[in-house]
Design a protein around this ligand. Structure first.
Ligand SMILES: N[C@@H](CCC(=O)N[C@@H](CS)C(=O)NCC(=O)O)C(=O)O
Length: 275
């Protein structure tokens, strides 16, 4: 007999940092879902069918029986409300734990775009990062995206404003990410954020396996995908190692044994990407 159609569909890309947050929540909840690949390498997210679904043209998007939910943190909140059985990822905001979860989710919402693309432009800022593309190639990718958005804007008058709204952030990305000082500042901010996380992990009582409690929360999802990206960006030896933030390093090792986290690697392998 064929498996029942899952209630949820996740529109995602194999490389998306934010899709990983939604994916990890679904994995933690052990909730079956349909995966719809929106391949950003070929700008699937600019296709008119997708822009109609999410006029921001970003992944992830969760679909629940026709209802569309964009934004990774909103998706996690939604799943937590809709699937109250099992682990609660977002505790009541009026409780101490709820307040802490909200605080750390906000804190961990770092400017990851500047870091990811900034290191691609400035690989010398990371000790263990090998640039896959030259600056010229990176600029050309952005210019290609802008040209495509302009073409789609004229071909789809109903979506014109949505397409054109995507151009200034791309121009800004090129300008900011190619500037080593801006990228270094984002990395310095990340160090400050991780200092607060390290202090929190050190303060945790022995029963607190995860960041804020013995159970995983939405704050752990934010931290897990961030550490994963920091590690993939070749920064782990500087940011969390047996000598640099050792408590966070232990947390990182624990994460490698968490099935919901390990499944992110399965997705990366499935789509043939290192993300
Ligand atoms: N705030 C959004 C950010 C989503 C986002 O920026 N997604 C990236 C992929 S990691 C994207 O789709 N970028 C394509 C674009 O902006 O055109 C969220 O949390 O879901």
């Amino acid at each position: 007999m064929a498996a029942p159609t899952p209630r949820f569909t996740l529109y995602m890309s194999g490389t998306s940092y934010f899709a990983q947050k939604a994916l990890m929540a679904l994995f933690v909840k052990n909730e079956p879902f349909a995966e719809k690949l929106v391949d950003q390498n070929v700008n699937d997210n600019y296709e008119s069918w997708y822009m109609k679904l999410n006029p921001l043209g970003k992944v992830p998007v969760l679909e629940d029986r026709g209802k569309i939910i964009p934004e990774s943190d909103d998706i996690i909140d939604y799943l937590d409300k809709e699937l109250p059985q099992g682990l609660r990822l977002v505790p009541e905001p009026s409780t101490d734990l709820g307040r802490e979860v909200a605080h750390f989710r906000k804190l961990l919402n770092v400017n990851v775009v500047i870091i990811i693309f900034g290191l691609a432009y400035n690989p010398h800022l990371s000790p263990d990062y090998t640039a896959a593309k030259t600056r010229k190639e990176l600029d050309e990718i952005i210019d290609g995206k802008i040209a495509k958005l302009e073409r789609y804007a004229s071909e789809n008058p109903n979506l014109r404003d949505a397409y054109l709204a995507k151009i200034p952030p791309l121009q800004q990305r090129k300008e900011l990410c190619s500037n080593p000082e801006v990228v270094q500042r984002a990395l310095d901010d990340l160090q400050t954020t991780l200092d607060e996380v390290e202090a929190k992990v050190i303060k945790g009582s022995p029963g607190e396996t995860w960041l804020l409690s013995s159970d995983l929360t939405a704050a752990d999802i934010s931290l897990a995908v961030l550490l994963r990206r920091v590690s993939l960006s070749g920064l782990a030896s500087l940011y969390f190692s047996p000598t640099q933030r050792p408590a966070l390093h232990k947390y990182w090792l624990r994460l490698q044994t968490l099935p919901a986290y390990c499944r992110l690697s399965d997705i990366a392998v499935k789509y043939g990407v290192k993300a």
